[in-house]
Design a protein around this ligand. Sequence first.
Ligand SMILES: Nc1nc2c(ncn2[C@@H]2O[C@H](COP(=O)(O)OP(=O)(O)OP(=O)(O)O)[C@@H](O)[C@H]2O)c(=O)[nH]1
Ligand SMILES: [Mg+2]
Length: 456
Amino acid sequence: MALRLSKRLVRFTLMVGGFLILLITLSSHSSTKEYMPQPLDISSFSTPLANFGNSISNTILDAAGMEAESQRMEAESNAEVNGEKVLTGDEIPDDLLDEQAKALKDTANAAGIEDMSKSVMDFIKPSFENRGNRPKACFVTLVRNSELDGIVKSIRKVQERFNKQFMYDWVFLNDEEFTENFKETILHEIPTSVVKFGVIPKEHWSYPDYIDQSKAADTRIKMADIIYGASESYRHMCRFQSGFFWRHKLLDDYDWYWRVEPDINLYCDIKYDVFKWMQDNEKVYGFTITIHEYLATIPTLWKTSMDFFKKHPEYVDKDNLMEFISGDKGEHYNLCHFWSNFEIANLNLWRSPAYTEYFDALDHAGGFFYERWGDAPVHSIAASILLPKDKIHYFSNIGYHHPPYDNCPIDDRVWAENNCDCQQKNDFTFKGYACGKEYYAAQKMDRPPNWEEYSH
Ligand SMILES: Nc1nc2c(ncn2[C@@H]2O[C@H](COP(=O)(O)OP(=O)(O)OP(=O)(O)O)[C@@H](O)[C@H]2O)c(=O)[nH]1
Ligand SMILES: [Mg+2]
């Protein structure tokens, strides 16, 4: 018996050793490369991301399985000698398997990978416990003093179609002080809600020390022909929306936000509390419009992202929405993204270690400045990979406009019941440049029966 136990111990130790070597090999494969502006070389992606999804946890499971299998074989080979009943396969007592699982978990802990499931949902779930109650939610608007007229237009629509009934707070952020005139005008427009004005801390709207500013300046010259390619402030804006807006102290009080920009329109009444709907239905990220990104603005975003997720398979949700952003399991980006000028989402997604580390990896790669990475593809890639797909929601019933596109309910009943004033023929969802088709396919949803009518 003692001999059997020690044999088992030796085998188990060898297996754990092998497992640790495998882990070291995996992590050394993904050492970060110095950034070099170059066309996206996806041919180097020999392994689709989907295969990385659970590689570490599979390794653990495989190790546990191997140990169980070795016990079965050992039991079989010893059966005749000992004249005992042989325990095979499923007959191995649960407590023995539990013990092995625990031993493996302890080994993993010692290797510093103790938390095998680092799902962003762990950070978001606590806000679902508020089910049935009013969510801690606000509108958030990043805006310049010079955009006062445009933001007043947006506020009037949001107030009229939704917020005069629900009276959620509104947070305004700016990279410089809001003028008194700006604040007074806004307060006058939103008399029934708490309104807060904040200045963005310098470190959230400036160059990190690892960015070569002359290289960034060269990029702006080279990209002058691309939309916003020459703009420095646009890049700070995109980086701020990608990595910082929820870190502003004024956002600390909230779990949910709805992003509103100047010059948007709401075409339909929203008669229910969308924040509460998100909370009570355990959704995390809601959008209205999908679209393809300009490849020239993000040549290396996909490779940088996949490098990160290959290095951190523990963050990849096993039921993710990769199919929305890639037609070949992660090898190539299909450029689809949620248009982030409208977002109704849970702030804890961005606060999670998974997203924070992802953003840090992107920020260090430099593409916010050496290319022109937008917050829309960044948020979309993260949400599609980090979240279970059923946490993402398309608000087909919210009539929305951000120049130049519309989301207009093509369901006649929804359109009529909510007093919509948009043209259904302008609905962008199924038109060529949108990604509605990809989204419906990825979610395994049937397209509305009349979708083709609105696809040209
Ligand atoms: N405070 C501040 N806000 C900015 C700045 N640049 C952009 N924003 C805001 O950031 C958001 C996104 O900027 P937009 O200029 O609307 O970018 P976009 O939606 O990609 O492009 P268009 O709407 O088509 O111009 C808007 O709410 C702007 O008001 C800036 O330099 N300072
Ligand atoms: Mg805009």
